[in-house]
Design a protein around this ligand. Structure first.
Ligand code: NAG
Ligand code: NAG
Ligand code: NAG
Ligand code: NAG
Ligand code: NAG
Length: 392
């Protein structure tokens, strides 16, 4: 995927900071490391996920409510049920020592339709709470079951989540989640191997935080796994995610393929209407030699200067040190039109459904297979760039 516009150079931000910005209206200070931020567009209330703390601030950044989330007795190898007063936990047939562990906020997502705030931390295998918007100390815990291991159980590994429309009903919002694989030891591999790389999950009802769609007979479900063989060595950093139109997107940094140390940035697209993640596609996102995505945002009305119609994705990139994902100061900004991104995805999917190309070793089936409908004899396709319906 080539950009529409590139702006590059060594962006030396420091030299531009000659004078502090004027018109500062509010500040909030804390001694807890801040991890995530979310705003309720209805009330204007600001939620901040910090290490061991959650904050609810009014739109003037005045502290309105707070909740202590850590540290707790835990160990990343523990099963999710930890007896908080005990100093050991069960790990298979043996006991593992627990120690006071910081709870780094990993997911902070406003579900405005249901008046909820979804919070997940690095403790208890990435378990979650569903809180009440405007009243964060009222919550229900989702920890006890394997299906609630949602976020990365590690302070530094990435997790990206947001609320958008889902597959089971066109008017139902779900939680889209992408989580870096953290099963690097024998014990944690057993705990983390059933956690999908990307999934979408229900926000209400008896099966809250379970998969948005799951059919036990056909095995169809709103999730995708990586090939177990490559999960440990091919680490994906999820940088950001967003939803626009009938699609959700995640943006990542990962190895170019499973054999190299060179890194590329990739964008992932999923159709909202897709109950089986058959529409899941990854595509490299290039910005000249600037290979490491640092941040990105979607702008729905980009203004007239760019002379494009429709939304654009604006992304910042840095060039990496050779064979590493450590960024240098050489940086660039690239702009892509969303309609180009979608068209490229559809072209790639069509090729794959025709049996051309491959998924890459990291996925469970390597080669693209020709998919032909038994009924019509035609190849599967996404019929339209905007509606995202899968045609059989
Ligand atoms: C942070 O810690 C410092 C030093 O202990 C203390 O003076 C300050 O009041 C603390 N700030 C907040 C917001 O708690
Ligand atoms: C928090 O915000 C609510 C709603 O605006 C308000 O009624 C309440 O008084 C605030 N509480 C504090 C402690 O500021
Ligand atoms: C938790 O551990 C403590 C200390 O070992 C023990 O007294 C208590 O019964 C345990 N609680 C549960 C629910 O197992
Ligand atoms: C988090 O993962 C990294 C990379 O695998 C590892 O080096 C680090 O020890 C982990 N942190 C914890 C707290 O387990
Ligand atoms: C989403 O898909 C529906 C049909 O399923 C279509 O009517 C609508 O225009 C699409 N939305 C966008 C923003 O393209």
């Amino acid at each position: 995927m080539e950009p529409l516009l590139v702006l590059c150079g060594v962006l030396s931000i420091h030299s531009l900071l000659l004078q502090p910005v004027q018109g500062l209206v509010a500040t909030f200070t804390t001694n807890h490391t801040l991890n995530k931020l979310a705003v309720d567009p209805v009330s204007g209330m600001i939620y901040v996920g910090a290490t061991n703390q959650l904050y609810q601030l009014d739109s003037g950044l005045k502290l309105n409510d707070t909740d202590v989330t850590g540290p707790v007795m835990d160990n990343p190898s523990c099963l999710s049920v930890v007896n908080t007063s005990a100093s050991t936990c069960e790990v298979g047939s043996k006991a593992e020592l627990t120690k006071l562990t910081d709870n780094v906020n990993k997911i902070l997502a406003v579900d405005k339709r249901n008046g909820q705030l979804i919070t997940c931390g690095s403790i208890y295998q990435g378990g979650c709470e569903v809180r009440r918007l405007g009243d964060i100390t009222t919550f229900k815990q989702y920890r006890k079951n394997e299906k609630f291991r949602i976020a990365a159980n590690n302070a530094t590994m990435s997790t990206v989540a947001f609320v958008a429309l889902g597959a089971s009903d066109p008017e139902t919002d779900v939680l889209y989640v992408a989580t870096t694989y953290t099963g690097n030891s024998i014990e944690t591999q057993a705990l983390r191997k059933n956690i999908p790389a990307v999934s979408s999950r229900q926000l209400v009802g008896r099966n809250t935080l379970d998969y948005a769609f799951q059919d036990d007979i056909t095995g169809k479900s709103t999730k995708i796994y990586w090939n177990i063989e490559y999960r440990k060595t091919h680490i994906v950093d999820y940088v950001t995610g967003f939803s626009t139109g009938n699609f959700s997107y995640f943006m990542t940094v990962q190895q170019a393929d499973t054999r190299t140390d060179s890194y590329v940035s990739k964008i992932i697209q999923i159709c909202h209407s897709d109950r089986d993640y058959t529409s899941y596609v990854e595509m490299p996102l290039t910005c000249g030699d600037y290979n490491l995505l640092q941040a990105a945002t979607v702008v729905e009305t980009p203004g007239s200067t760019l002379q494009v119609t429709g939304a654009v994705v604006i992304a910042t990139f840095s060039q990496s040190e050779p064979n590493s994902k450590v960024p240098t100061s050489r940086s660039a900004i690239c702009v892509y039109t969303l309609s180009d991104i979608r068209q490229n995805f559809i072209d790639n999917l069509k090729h794959c459904y025709n049996g051309q190309g491959d998924y890459g070793k990291q996925f469970e089936s390597e080669a693209c297979t020709r998919r032909v409908s038994i009924l019509s004899g035609t190849t599967y396709a996404i019929s339209s760039e905007t509606t995202c319906t899968l045609v059989f």
